[in-house]
Ligand binder design. Structure first.
Ligand code: 26Y
Length: 822
């Protein structure tokens, strides 16, 4: 009876929603009904929606438990979730009653949704991929959990001051986070430091026991993840650190001030994403974060597993754990420690369980991103884990020597321990040895893993390294962010089944109607107008984008390999060409708006210099009366998920121009193409598969291919500087864009032929590709056809498609959809 009352309370008609919003407004937020502040209305809406999601979440968990489902656990140090409100309303099917309810409160849903602070607990592609995967897992009814860290500060906020990037903390929890459910009852103890003891068991055998020198608490915070058009609701469980005073009795005797400092240090573990790693203490903090999160997650997974009273031998039948890059890899020795030391399993059995449980995804081939930890530091923080890693390595190398005829060089490359001074632990090697399957994130990337980065492993264990090409969720990246275009697709297909089955788009490819071409153009116009308003507000009216111009966009992390430099050098070239023309000639040129956004790592000089150059070029170009009607350049500060949702639908041409062989996949390429945008790009990452699916003739592909890049580098050929590049560089040297000393980091390597990322080689080819863009843009019908063929070719780039492959080929899990009456 009691529960019936609750169910009644949670009805989903407008009036019930208004009532529950009013309740939260008054009792959760303690606000006064005469002061309906928009921020509080957002929170009231969020809390009331959360109530509904919690109910479904509880039902879902009960259902998975009853079904005894095998679950997949996605462990990721980043989750770049962005905003939740609109997405959750659309997934739960409650958009229209909430729209109405807010109207009754005198507010517009869009305005309210805009008040939500992005959850920016990630820095780029890897974190956003994790977020898309959660959306797909929920939507496809897979039994799964996301696990990560609840950082108090997300990725820094980027401010642009006089053209320079200035970082300030992103205190995203400032106005509270209505989506999360703090679970003060779910707290695990995480040990660190200390020593290893040997104790004799009653049967005379020797047991090893780690006695940590210090313990902290890990508190669970859950965020419900609703599936689209299903009641299945998953959870993202993020850990927050807190002091455990009574767990550390020795420390209780210490000076109270010391204890306070220790408490603060404990809380700091989950304070920031990627703490600065330029000192030993910074590096240790990063490792501490990784261990903290791995340790808490494994305890939680094992507690859930134990509820079914099965023997540990069956653990891999019920649990699949995915390591999203190497960051959670300390989970491998941690699971071994639990099984061997705490559960007293023999090593071989523990190892079989461990390797059957883990899968490992690699996201980068850049050597500097392959994580290593110094052995002394690791041994100090995690003495028992260090022993276990040595033991894993010893047994692995013995096996290799016996079974395979490897040279000493190969053995030393395969070794988990790098014999440097001090020794280093290669986390990628540990992840490969500790998991049953390794995957790359786009076909070319997986091939590079097999043939070069992990070639030794591929020879050792053929078939272990596989490919699963990334995808993005069509819910957020088309249905929600581009309602006009979505309606057009729904109209064409006579329903919105495509939202959960994007492959339906391909059926539209063979009969493109005039009506649809018109609709696509209209959607693009609406989106451009929205972006125009945003930029105008941002710049206090100083920049008014011309929505009839071609919007050319490059938005992503700023990195040398992504070559934003080549893009801006191309813009300078265009500017120089315009200046050289007569006014009549100028007026015949394609009008363009070049949009940039992206953050540079705080210590990355070259990337920061690129930001300064883009901003300065923007100042010069936008205020030049001769060119300003034909060329506009904008750098939009503080790139984020919600900013991307605004930019993606408004873009005509997006740039994915990394040096071939460097971008593992890229996922924004998929977002733009899904929104009927064309791509200018290299044959790198997922571009290769995108243009294969959409037609290479519909895109602007240029530049050295990955084997050509290898050759250029091997031959150390110095590439002659093209005349146009020369003119651009000279203009920068001359100070046309402020003091050239700002750009030494960028320009000198080019003059010196020290051009690892092949900018000079690809520049002329890039300019040619841009000329092809202009030519096509001048023929609107040609352009429109290409955009539509592109969009309809994107059926396999949904994260749903990727997740089905993970489920089948790595995790061995099955969907378990709750019946609707549940
Ligand atoms: C060094 C370390 C701590 C580290 C921190 C962050 C290493 C890597 C990363 C993040 C990597 C990342 O975001 N990689 C991107 O993953 C995307 C999803 O697979 C790819 O699309 C993209 O090409 C790749 O750069």
């Amino acid at each position: 009876k009691l529960w019936d009352l609750v169910d009644e309370y949670l009805h989903n008609d407008t009036e019930s929603i208004m009532r529950s919003m009013a309740d939260h407004f008054e009792y959760t937020l303690a606000r006064n009904k005469w002061n309906l502040a928009p921020q509080s209305l957002f929170q009231a809406a969020a809390y009331s929606l959360r109530d509904r999601m919690i109910e479904w979440w509880n039902d879902t968990q009960e259902y998975f438990y009853d079904q005894d489902s095998k679950r997949a656990y996605y462990m990721s140090i980043e989750f770049l979730m962005g905003r939740t409100l609109t997405n959750a309303l659309i997934s739960t099917g409650l958009l229209s009653p909430y729209y109405e309810a807010l109207k009754e409160f005198g507010e517009n849903l869009e305005t309210i949704a805009d008040l939500e602070h992005d959850a920016g607990l990630g820095s780029g592609g890897l974190g956003r991929l994790a977020a898309c995967f959660l959306d797909s897992l929920a939507t496809l009814n897979y039994p799964a959990w996301g696990y990560g860290i609840r950082y108090k500060y997300g990725q820094f906020k980027q401010n642009i001051v006089r053209g320079y990037q200035v970082e300030t903390p992103d205190f995203w929890l400032e106005s509270g986070n209505p989506w999360e459910i703090p679970r003060q009852d779910i707290v695990y103890k995480v040990g660190m430091y200390g020593s290893v003891q040997y104790v004799t068991r009653s049967d005379g055998s020797l047991a090893v026991k780690w006695e940590p020198g210090h313990c902290v608490g890990a508190v669970a915070y859950d965020t419900p993840i609703p599936g689209f058009n299903t009641k299945n609701t998953l959870s993202l469980r993020l850990w927050s650190s807190k002091p455990l005073v009574d767990m550390n009795p020795e420390e209780l005797k210490a000076d109270p001030w010391d204890m306070l400092r220790q408490n603060q240090a404990d809380e700091e573990i989950t304070s920031v994403l990627y703490p600065k790693a330029d000192s030993d203490s910074g590096k240790e903090l990063r490792l501490k974060q990784q261990y903290f999160f791995s340790c808490a997650t494994l305890q939680d997974i094992i507690r859930r597993f134990k509820k079914s009273n099965r023997p540990f031998a069956e653990f891999p039948d019920k649990v699949a754990i995915q390591l999203n890059d190497t960051h959670p890899t300390v989970s491998v020795p941690e699971l071994m420690r639990i099984l061997v030391d705490e559960e007293s399993l023999p090593w071989d059995q523990a190892w079989a369980i461990t390797t059957k449980t883990f899968g490992f995804t690699n996201h980068t081939v850049l050597p500097e991103a392959l994580e290593k930890w110094s052995v002394p530091m690791f041994a100090h923080l995690l003495p028992r884990h260090m022993q276990i890693v040595f033991e894993i390595n010893h047994r692995f190398l013995e096996e290799v020597k016996v079974k395979f005829d490897c040279s000493p060089e190969v053995i030393s490359r395969l070794s988990i321990i790098e014999e440097s001074n001090p020794q280093q632990i290669r986390m990628a090697n540990l992840a490969i040895v500790g998991s049953h399957t390794v995957n790359g994130v786009a076909r070319i990337h997986s091939e590079i893993l097999q043939q070069s980065v992990f070639a030794d492993w591929h020879r050792l264990w053929p078939g272990k390294i596989i490919n699963i090409t990334n995808g993005v969720t069509p819910r957020r990246w088309l249905y929600c962010c581009n309602p006009t275009l979505s309606s057009a697709v729904t109209k064409q297909l006579g329903g919105n089944a495509w939202v959960t089955d994007l492959s339906l788009l391909k059926d539209l490819r063979s009969h493109i109607t005039q009506e649809f071409l018109r609709d696509v153009r209209e959607a693009n116009k609406v989106a451009k107008e929205r972006l125009r308003k945003y930029v105008s507000k941002l710049t206090n009216g100083a920049v008014d984008l011309d929505t009839s111009s071609l919007f050319d966009t490059q938005v992503k992390r700023i990195h040398e390999y992504k070559r934003q430099l080549m893009n801006i050098l191309g813009v300078i070239h265009r500017y120089q060409c315009l200046k050289a023309l007569t006014p009549t000639e100028r007026s015949q040129q394609v009008k363009r708006t070049h949009i940039f956004a992206g953050k540079a790592a705080a210590s990355y000089q070259q990337a920061k210099a690129v930001i300064k150059l883009i901003n300065t070029v923007a100042d010069v170009v936008n205020s030049d009366p001769q060119t300003k009607d034909f060329l506009t350049v904008v750098f939009l500060p503080n790139y984020s998920v919600s900013l991307a949702e605004l930019i993606v639908p408004a873009t005509d041409l997006s740039e994915h121009i990394s040096t071939a062989g460097t971008e593992a996949s890229g996922t924004s390429n998929m977002k733009f193409a899904m929104n009927a945008g064309l791509i200018i790009g290299t044959l790198d990452g997922a571009n290769v598969e995108i243009v294969e699916a959409c037609g290479q003739e519909n895109h602007f592909i240029f530049g050295a291919t990955a084997p050509e890049v290898d050759k250029l580098r091997a031959e150390r050929q110095s590439v002659a500087i093209d005349q146009r590049l020369y003119n651009v560089l000279i203009s920068i040297e001359r100070g046309d864009f402020g003091a050239s000393s700002n750009y030494r980091w960028l320009i000198d390597p080019l003059w010196q032929g020290n051009d690892y990322y092949c900018v000079a080689h690809d520049f002329p080819l890039y300019l040619e590709a841009q000329q092809c863009v202009d030519a096509d843009w001048r023929t609107p019908d040609v352009w429109a056809h290409k955009t539509v063929l592109t969009m309809f070719g994107m059926g396999t780039f949904s994260s749903d498609h990727s997740i089905h492959q993970y489920a089948r080929n790595i995790w061995n899990i099955k969907p378990a959809r709750m019946p609707t009456e549940h």
